[in-house]
Design a binder for this molecule. Structure first.
Ligand code: SME
Length: 155
């Protein structure tokens, strides 16, 4: 699946875009990253970055058709809170069958959340919603984990 997508080429394009920012602020890095992912990966219908602030996740950047009401999520709540609490990637193939899911968009069928680690702590996460069931494969998990590592270097 996703045979048409080359993760190494995508990562290198994202890195060049980030390198073009002069003394980037974290907000700018996240804006560039969510825009890039939404634009370059067709099944990423909504892409957001949450950052950890105390015991909450706070939405720092997003791109997609609709705004989410979940701009602050307690760590531990929902799929996002689970990924932040455990520090592990969470891939939900069918959100309707997962009662941990916090509903955002009527169109969303599957969700992938990848923590951003820095210096031994989870400092944020990348949250991706897809309008297709079972949209995310091992390819997406590994690719978005690489993106999360790249972002950690810039913020
Ligand atoms: N569905 C998420 C909430 C965030 S929205 O998808 C943007 C969750 O279950 O944590």
């Amino acid at each position: 699946m996703h045979a048409e997508l080359d993760s190494k080429a995508l990562l290198s394009d994202l890195e060049s875009r980030l390198d073009r920012l002069r003394s980037p602020r974290p907000a700018e890095v996240y804006e560039v990253a969510v825009g890039f992912l939404r634009e370059r990966v067709p099944h990423y219908n909504w892409v957001g970055v949450y950052v950890v602030e105390g015991k909450e996740l706070v939405l720092a950047a997003w791109v997609g058709k609709h705004a989410t009401e979940h701009v602050r999520i307690p760590i531990g709540a929902g799929i996002c809170g689970l990924a932040a609490r455990t520090g592990s990637t969470v891939n939900v193939p069918d959100v309707a069958k997962d009662d941990r899911y916090l509903s955002c968009f009527a169109d969303t069928k599957s969700e992938l959340v990848v923590p951003i680690w820095w210096d031994g702590d989870v400092v944020g996460e990348i949250d991706i919603d897809s309008d297709t069931l079972g949209s995310f494969t091992k390819w997406d998990e590994e690719f978005v984990e690489d993106v999360a590592e790249l972002l950690a270097d810039y913020v």
